[in-house]
Design a protein around this ligand. Sequence first.
Ligand code: C5P
Length: 219
Amino acid sequence: FEEGAFTGKHIVITAGPTQEAIDPVRYISNHSSGKMGYALAQAAANQGARVTLISGPTNLPCPERVERIQVKSAEQMLEASLQQIGEMDIFIASAAVADYRPSEIAEHKIKKVDGEEQMIIKLVKNPDIVATIAQHPERPFTVGFAAETQEVAQYAQAKLARKKLDMIVANDVSNTNIGFNSDNNAATIFWAQGSHDLDFMSKSNMANEILACIKAQLS
Ligand code: C5P
């Protein structure tokens, strides 16, 4: 086991999509692959950190020397994250959390009804996991992500302030070569006093760049 930049640090990372149940066989979700969060978990473990990966449903194998907690819904992801309060040094929220969930989960499979051409599902807002952690009295160093399609810098900096984050990694998801299912990414990291551009690179290289930026901010 090698000494690394994060030896002695506990890093908690959320990754992947969340699944919000509608009934016992259906859910609302999104196309997040989890690749960025899993790359971060692998890179952090390689640099000596103790890593807990709180993951929504993905097809990815658990990285080596990483403890994975598998969850489905945003509420489960929040609960698993809150359990780490006081025990983590750094929290990185890369999960694509569903903004809304069905207001109730039907106990039985919802049947289609003859003659009813529309169906309305009522949704309620999910808790904001990264904002909850960032605003906790025992908050760790907290990093969020922002996927934007326009005015990337402006929206990312607003999100940094509003959620009380220490850092935010913003990418332009209008560029289809990067982001969501891709192995590559391009982004800009913002913190209160500065920013750093990460040009097109693999998610594994980007993970190392993000960790280097965190390290620099911590010291
Ligand atoms: O507000 P928005 O969803 O654009 O913010 C994205 C950031 O917030 C990501 O870091 C994401 O993991 C986190 N987030 C969260 N809980 C939510 C929504 C977003 O932790 N319910």
